[in-house]
Design a protein around this ligand. Structure first.
Ligand code: HEM
Length: 274
């Protein structure tokens, strides 16, 4: 993309917002990476249920994030980091949801409370503190352009998908070099004119943004556990029902023999009574 070509060599300075934000979120990044859900990805064990549920939450999160970014695209703290053509994820996520859930995917969306809280915060700062949006855009988009790239390939293998259908979320056709683009993004972050108070607010918000993501991942695992437990209870119930009672009622041959036996017994009883 043209924007990438405008990028000059990256000058790193620890007074830069991009360096400060990376430093303050280092520990949070480790916690996010080591959540059960992210570990499943890294171990190549992500299941279709996990991925589909994650996509539902990503849909709500990006809807809230991108709505807030669009609404504030002219704001001085948003305009320099506003790259809808290169970064926007919402349309890709919709395609993936349609692939996995079918045309009526919107009716099947299920998200946990943590996702609702995250979206509420995004909408709130979109209305009240747009300068904090950089913290959220950084957390999601730079994450997607970093570890997210590897995760996409692993997910395809783990779920046994033959093509890249259902994996549009991981593809950035408008970004030819993720590394160069990240450099450009960091340099734009470093140009934002923020007061000391606003800068501290952004750093705190970035830690919060990671925290929101961690809580979403943890809630998703809880949701998955509940579904799995329900399934195993159902299958145990079906299994026990199948034991003596339903075996009789579900086998036509046994039902026929039993019927004949009852009929014979009734006739014999009748003869005996005479
Ligand atoms: C399986 C989980 C993850 C892995 C393996 C992973 C891996 C990585 C790697 C290797 C980088 C460094 C890339 C580079 O220096 O160019 C990175 C950067 C980043 N990751 Fe992750 N990540 C994971 C999860 C996450 C999550 C859940 C988030 C946030 C929601 C996130 C946000 C970020 C951000 C914002 C950066 C950019 C850091 C910077 O350069 O300032 N990552 N990740």
């Amino acid at each position: 993309m043209e924007t990438e070509k405008m990028m000059t060599a990256e000058q790193i300075d620890d007074r830069d917002l991009s360096e400060q934000i990376k430093n303050v979120t280092k520990e949070s990044h480790i916690r996010a990476e080591t959540t059960e859900l992210m570990l499943s990805f890294q171990r190549g064990q992500v299941t279709l249920s996990q991925f589909k549920l994650l996509l539902c939450s990503l849909y709500e999160i990006y809807q809230a994030l991108e709505e807030a970014m669009d609404r504030n695209s002219d704001h001085p703290s948003v305009a320099p980091i506003y790259f809808p053509a290169e970064l926007a994820r919402l349309e890709s996520i919709k395609k993936d949801l349609e692939y996995f859930y079918g045309q009526d995917w919107k009716e099947k969306i299920a998200v946990p409370a943590a996702t609702k809280r995250y979206c509420h915060r995004l909408r709130q700062i979109g209305l009240e503190n747009p300068e904090l949006l950089v913290a959220h855009a950084y957390t999601r988009y730079l994450g997607d352009l970093s570890g997210g790239q590897v995760l996409g390939r692993i997910a395809q293998k783990s779920m046994g998908l033959k093509t890249s259908d259902g994996l549009s979320f991981f593809a950035f056709p408008g970004v030819s070099s993720p590394n160069l683009f990240k450099q450009l993004y960091r340099s734009r972050m470093n140009c934002l004119e923020l007061t000391e108070e606003q800068r501290n607010g952004v750093l705190e918000e970035a830690v919060q943004a990671f925290e929101f993501n961690i809580q979403v991942f943890e809630d998703l695992q809880k949701m998955l556990r509940v579904t799995e437990n329900r399934r195993s209870v159902d299958s145990t119930a079906t299994h026990s029902l199948r034991m003596p009672g339903t075996l009789i009622s579900s086998s036509p041959l046994i039902r026929l023999i039993l019927g004949l036996f009852v009929a014979l017994a009734t006739v014999s009883a009748g003869i005996y009574a005479l």
